[in-house]
Design a protein around this ligand. Sequence first.
Ligand code: NAI
Ligand code: MG
Length: 504
Amino acid sequence: MAGILSAPAGDLPLFQSYKLPNGIEYEQPLGLFINNEFVVGKEGNAFEVTSPSTGKVIGRVHEGAVPDVDLAVDAAYRAFHEGPWSKLAPNERGILMNKLADKFEENHLLLASIETYDNGKAIQLAKGDIAACISVLRYYAGWADKIHGKVIDTGRDTFAYTKQEPIGVVGQIIPWNFPLLMLAWKIGPALAAGNTIVLKSAEQTPLGALVVAKLIKEAGFPPGVINIISGYGRVAGDAISRHMKIKKVAFTGSTMVGRQIMKAAAESNLKKVTLELGGKSPNIVFDDVDVDKVVEWLNFGIYYNSGEVCTAGSRIYVQETIYDKLLEALRKRAAQNIVGDPFDENTFQGAQVSKVQYERILNYIEIGKKEGAKVEVGGEAHGTQGYFIKPTILSGVTSDMRVVQEEIFGPVAVIAKFKDIDEVIALGNGTSYGLAAAVHTKNLNTAIETANRLAAGTVWVNSYNQYHPALPFGGYGESGIGRELGKEALKNYTQIKTVNILLQ
Ligand code: NAI
Ligand code: MG
């Protein structure tokens, strides 16, 4: 598999000067980040990093395996139980988190550029990712000294209270579609609550997290609080999921791997599991809308981040009375998206993350055609190098088709018509997923009734892909377990202790 090939590290250094396509020069750490130091992997291996916009190998990073996860867990365990972190007052945790957010601000363009280089996403979107990282870190920094239990009245003879305590060492396994944003979503609530962390980045996109590791140290986090491992899922990810000293694991990625992680947790120490998984989200349009406005949201809903978004509005349902008009407008709009060089400030849609994903998406388009779908626009690769795919719409689809049921995770939407609210609710709820949905209408009653009846963790009304650090996010059905963001996410990283005192 090009770009993630494991091999002996040889003389691969711990740091290397990198020059990015937009001229930015910096020092890229290549080691594993354990106990605040960059180190080589115990098994002496490294794997390749590819730039999706050229398909070329751009470097290698040291690979973490089982013994490295063990070392990282030991460091995190010590930090939680004995180190300075364990003695910090909650507000001091918040101060450190804000310092890390400052570091993200100081390095905004660098971090965005690394994301673009490593993931292939358009730089305009990568900048937005970093801004979102900063918001999330600051949001959770604010929570650090506001997590508390309750005094519960159990009568005159007792005094009882609860405490909301951190869990300990937590494992976090993140994907490649938003490498740094997923890191921020994960470490934010975990740190605010006082846990220590072993995080594994995705093997497709290890670079940004290692630069953040450097910033974590500069911000003043004590050793062992945050450890970052570059490595493969089936090796380092599995070691995290099975580790006896890791008391909680949080994962974002495919539903298939989510099942494996739950199984590994069950087979080891019953660590607490939260999962943020796939989706096949319906984007529903009633016939009272302003077509020009709604087309913008449909376009953004599916093509944002090259369609590599768990909430992608990949099933578009349009009320039959405006179907033809809307499809025509959307075809035109999709074809106008600027696809190509992700470092060009005007580009909206960059490259797909890897050859594997690129081929998977093109294969889905072929499956759709074989199933009888019609390609309205796109339907093929864009350009001759790198992993670009044209914004694509498939029409003539029915609910039993694979392209309607399965997550494609690329710039491919299916579109179909519906008669009334009952029909579109049945269509909308007709997959095993339930991550997100949207409804577009000017009628408040229609909006609320649709939102109430859709089985989805998030419902947008008259917009799409709008996140906020304070708003809980997560899935119904096979889209996951638990909620990230907001106050809700603190539940994932704390446990309640009840103290019940008999008065004498
Ligand atoms: P994946 O689920 O394999 O990768 C996500 C993370 O899980 C990576 O860090 C990977 O190293 C890790 N991982 C893989 N196997 C593991 C295991 N056995 N134990 C522990 N960790 C493991 O996703 P992949 O294969 O890269 O993409 C496949 C599909 O998954 C995509 O086409 C998309 O449909 C979905 N996906 C969904 C994401 C989301 O945001 N919900 C993000 C990435 C992928
Ligand atoms: Mg995989």
